[in-house]
Design a protein around this ligand. Structure first.
Ligand code: BG6
Length: 302
């Protein structure tokens, strides 16, 4: 039996979830009463979430490619077990390896509100152990519900010594136009400005983007709201287990160097990432878990 047939036999739920092959990758397709969503098993990478009757909420680059071992440009990459460059080894991949390795399906279920739930576990390999020699189990749960998309990235320390991780749900949101949107919820917050030598600044008012932005906001707990008058909607980002927030848009020059964002992609996307980034790392004692949880909701008509 093919992998796809076996997955469908074990985990498909009619009217909720099935598994397909796209460009050689296995993708979980959710299509329920409330929304459509898709998740690539490589990286446990949420690629789309579109509530019925809404424009897409999650942005996927028109130039994105699905390829073994390569991160997908768009969606919600899972950054783990570190965020950004590795602290000491420049040969290791930025944002960790979780987004480029295989995850396995642990379970699926129908939720009480007719939503759909899936849980995926990162499959450790020799290559991942070489980069991260710490016994741990990582599970991502995704719930596509009546009013929200929820993601819970759980790390269990299965060893006998404490482990320290950085992590993130590096989500790309779809917006009507970058010149239109504002991000609320970070007013008065200190941030490291990565496009200005990493110096610390303080956010005054809502965030508006009129050039390259790459900022790590520190000590953040409040919801962030992307206000998008162009589409008359607000996207609310609630979180727990994350004490920093990264706001990122590569703008024109960086987009050219990246090659997989599409020429005008930067106008249609904005990353508001719920992170444990920079000095905001998390130490997990043996047998303890850490959960990075987010809830995305859409409030239509501003
Ligand atoms: C953001 C970082 O989280 O991710 C940026 O703050 C980085 O510095 C961006 O450029 C994209 O990273 P990547 O590895 O997916 O190209």
């Amino acid at each position: 039996m093919s992998d796809i047939a076996a997955l469908n036999q074990r985990f498909a739920i009619p009217g909720h979830i099935s598994f397909k092959e796209t460009d050689g990758m296995i993708v979980a397709e959710i299509d329920n009463l409330h929304a459509k969503a898709s998740i690539c098993l490589q990286g446990a990478h949420l690629m789309h979430w579109t509530p019925h009757g809404q424009p897409a909420v999650i942005w996927m680059s028109p130039a994105a490619t699905l390829a073994p071992g390569k991160s997908i440009r768009g969606g919600a990459p899972v950054c783990w077990p570190w965020f950004g460059p590795h602290a000491t080894r420049s040969d290791l991949p930025g944002h960790g390896f979780a987004r480029t390795v295989m995850w396995e399906v642990l379970g699926t279920k129908k939720l009480e509100d007719n939503g759909t739930w899936i849980a995926l576990r990162l499959v450790p390999t020799e290559a991942t152990r070489a980069q991260w020699p710490h016994p741990s189990e990582v599970v991502l749960q995704i719930a596509v519900s009546a009013t929200s998309l929820d993601m819970d990235l759980g790390t269990l320390n299965t060893g006998t010594a404490p482990i320290t991780i950085g992590d993130a749900l590096h989500t790309y949101f779809t917006i009507s136009d970058i010149g239109e949107v504002l991000v609320h919820g970070l007013e008065g917050t200190k941030y490291l400005d990565k496009v200005d030598g990493g110096i610390t600044k303080t956010q005054s008012g809502p965030v508006l983007i009129d050039g390259e932005v790459d900022r790590v906001y520190l000590d953040t707990a409040a919801d962030c709201v992307i206000e998008d008058p162009g589409w008359q909607r607000k996207i609310r980002i609630a979180k727990r287990g994350s004490h920093s927030t990264v706001v990122w848009n590569p703008w024109i020059e960086k987009t050219k160097k990246m090659g997989d964002l599409g020429e005008h992609g930067y106008r249609k996307m904005l990353c508001v990432e719920s992170t444990n980034a920079a000095d905001d790392v998390v130490t997990i004692a043996p047998n303890k878990e850490h959960h990075l949880w987010v809830r995305y909701t859409v409030e239509a008509k501003i």
